[in-house]
Write a protein that binds this ligand. Structure first.
Ligand code: PLP
Length: 241
C-alpha cells in the first residue's frame, strides 16, 4: 500500500481540508497521514473562526509522520500564515519526499480568506521550489501573478518561474473554458484536460480533493500526467454522486 500525507487545515464540516483529503486518499487506495496547520470552524457557507497552530507542533507532527511512515507524496493545502509556510518548507527540505502537490489555497468558495495576503510572497519563495506541481484555480493564478490570467499556457509558464516542476491551472471559474484545466510542465507539451461542466451548487472542497487525488496517484507510482488525468476523473465522478 502507498502512503501520502496531507498538510493543511481542519474543516469542521468535513467538506474540505484534511477531512476531504483523507477520504480522497482512502477512496484512491492510499494510506493517509495528516499534519494539521490550523483549525477552522466552518461549513460550506461561512468560515466562523480560524486558529493557526504554533510552528513547533506543526514541525513535531511532520517529524512524527516521517519517522514512522514511508510517505511518498505530500499534498499541501491551507497554510494561513508565513510562519507556518516557513516551518513546513524547512521540514520538507529535511525529509525531502518524492512528490509534493501544492494547492495554493487563498480564499474559500464561501469568500473567506484562508491565507494572509502578506504570506503569498513567502509561499512562492519557500514552497514553490519544493513542489512537483502547484494547482491554482483561476483566481489564485491571478493573485500569484498579480495580473489577469487570460492565456493559461502563458500564465502557467510565468508561474513556473517560481520554481515548481509543473503548474496545473484549473479553469473551473473561467467564463468560456469552464472546467478546462491545463498542465504546464518545465519539459514537454502542455496537457489540456477538458471535461463537460456539471451544474451543481456544491463545489466546496473539490479543489482539495483534486490535489489530494493527484498526490494519491503519484504515491502509487503514476507519472504526473497520468496522476493529473486520473485525479481529474476522480473529482468529476465525485461531483456527480
Ligand atoms: N477550508 C480548508 C481547511 C481548506 O483546506 C480549503 C481548501 O483547501 C477550504 C476550506 C476551501 O474549500 P472551498 O474553496 O472548496 O470552499
Amino acid at each position: 500500500m502507498s502512503y501520502a500525507l496531507t498538510i493543511g487545515g481542519s474543516d469542521s464540516s468535513g467538506g474540505a481540508g484534511i477531512q476531504a483529503d483523507l477520504t480522497t486518499f482512502q477512496e484512491n487506495q492510499t494510506n493517509g497521514a495528516t499534519v494539521i496547520t490550523c483549525i477552522t470552524a466552518q461549513n460550506s457557507h461561512v468560515v466562523k473562526e480560524v486558529l493557526p497552530l504554533p510552528s513547533h507542533i506543526i514541525a513535531s507532527q511532520i517529524d512524527a509522520v516521517f519517522e514512522a511512515l514511508p510517505i511518498k507524496a505530500v499534498k499541501i493545502g491551507m497554510l494561513y500564515d508565513a510562519d507556518t509556510i516557513r516551518i513546513i518548507a524547512e521540514k520538507l527540505r529535511q525529509w525531502h519526499p518524492a512528490y509534493v502537490v501544492l494547492d495554493p489555497v487563498m480564499i474559500a468558495s464561501s469568500g473567506y480568506t484562508l491565507l494572509d495576503k502578506e504570506a503569498v510572497e513567502t509561499l512562492c519563495r519557500e514552497l514553490f521550489p519544493l513542489a512537483t506541481v502547484v494547482t491554482p484555480n483561476l483566481h489564485e493564478a491571478e493573485a500569484l501573478l498579480n495580473r489577469a490570467c487570460i492565456d493559461f499556457i502563458a500564465s502557467g509558464e510565468s508561474l513556473l518561474r517560481y520554481g515548481s516542476q509543473a503548474v496545473l491551472i484549473k479553469g473551473g471559474h473561467h467564463k468560456k473554458q469552464k472546467g478546462w484545466d491545463c498542465l504546464i510542465t518545465k519539459e514537454g507539451e502542455p496537457l489540456w484536460l477538458k471535461q463537460s461542466t456539471i451544474h451543481t451548487k456544491e463545489v466546496h472542497g473539490t479543489g482539495c480533493r483534486l490535489s489530494s487525488a493527484i498526490a494519491s496517484f503519484l504515491a502509487k507510482g503514476f507519472t504526473l500526467r497520468d496522476a493529473v488525468f486520473h485525479g481529474k476523473s476522480y473529482v468529476h465522478r465525485f461531483i456527480q454522486r
